[in-house]
Design a protein around this ligand. Structure first.
Ligand code: C2E
Ligand code: MG
Ligand code: MG
Ligand code: MG
Length: 288
């Protein structure tokens, strides 16, 4: 009986593997069509300055409006996109679309765009960025790219050279998801980042965890000493926000302030007010 049970378990496992492989193939096939069929969209999430309460920037977050699956989040398809190289044309679309869409918005905000390792390795990246900035009349200093340590773990010099060239263009570079993974401090020396984004892992239970408070306060001081700004992600409660401000964090982003939503929510000052005031926890409340 034990043997049967083992065999059943293996059969179930095989079935699960089959399903997974089928899922991946399906995602790959559908994703190839997604750009052409106009199924990709960008949602934007505001990042606020904790002193002034003003919007300091918007992070562009990719969404796939899949005809059957509904709105698919990047974690479900980025792996496939990365493995197949599809992330390169998709990422190029994101850069063009984000700058096109936000070029007419009011205010002095940054636009933050995430870049994966394969994108940073791409020989066309810098050209694509330069062309988009030029086409939409963006001040390069208002464009920020978010990379994770995975980019810096790449072998070869193309990544480093591309980051240097982006910097020469005048764009900013942020280190995303800081504190999780390896987060070796030596990455902070490898490139002069403009900003560190503190991973939401440390924000989630910051009120209960003296350890997380110590870590966040250390990261903000480290960032400050290195001439970098610190932004906390994943802020969901007012208490977290107040604590982060007390711990020296300059900027915050999270569902409390605003969820990532389509661009039309930020296209006019009135729309921004409405998007951020939707809850009792409107942005003006954050002003000290
Ligand atoms: P990320 O850059 O670290 O983005 C932050 C993620 O946290 C986003 O997930 C955002 O929706 C989510 N988030 C924001 N506020 C809160 C909150 O208060 N609580 C919680 N629990 N989550 C919050 P999303 O949009 O699913 O994106 C996941 C990841 O996919 C991003 O992580 C980024 O690494 C990647 N990504 C997104 N868009 C792109 C893109 O255009 N290109 C590339 N290469 N990667 C992208
Ligand atoms: Mg990011
Ligand atoms: Mg992040
Ligand atoms: Mg993340």
């Amino acid at each position: 009986a034990a043997k049967d049970k083992g065999r059943d378990t293996i059969a179930l496992y095989d079935q699960a593997m089959d399903r997974k492989a089928r899922d991946r193939r399906e995602i790959e096939t559908d994703l190839r069509e997604a750009v052409a069929r106009d199924q990709l969209n960008i949602h934007y999430q505001p990042v606020i300055d904790l002193d002034s309460g003003e919007v300091g920037g918007y992070e562009a977050l990719l969404r796939w409006y899949h005809p059957q699956r509904g709105v698919v989040r990047p974690d479900e398809f980025l792996g496939v996109a990365e493995e197949t190289g599809l992330i390169v044309p998709i990422g190029e679309w994101v850069i063009g679309q984000a700058l096109r869409e936000t070029a007419t918005w009011d205010g002095d905000f940054r636009i933050a765009i995430n870049l994966s390792p394969t994108q940073v390795r791409s020989p066309h990246l810098v050209d694509v960025v330069a062309r988009a900035i030029h086409a939409h009349g963006f001040d390069p200093g208002r464009v920020e790219f978010e990379i994770t340590e995975h980019v810096l773990m790449q072998k070869g010099s193309v990544c480093g050279a591309n980051l240097e060239k982006l910097r020469e263009l005048g764009t900013k570079i942020a280190l995303d998801d800081f504190g999780i993974g390896y987060s070796s401090l030596s990455y902070l020396r490898r490139f002069p980042f403009d900003r560190i984004k503190i991973d939401k892992d440390f924000v989630e239970d910051i009120e209960q965890s003296a350890d997380n408070q110590a870590i966040v306060s250390s990261i903000t001081r480290l960032a400050d000493a290195l001439g970098m700004a610190a932004t906390a992600e994943g802020v969901e409660t007012r208490a977290q926000l107040d604590l982060l401000r007390k711990l020296g964090c300059q900027e915050a982003q999270g569902y409390l302030i605003c969820e990532p939503v389509p661009g039309e929510n930020f296209a006019t000052p009135d729309a921004v007010e409405a998007a951020m005031h939707g809850e009792a926890s409107g942005i003006l409340d954050y002003r000290k």
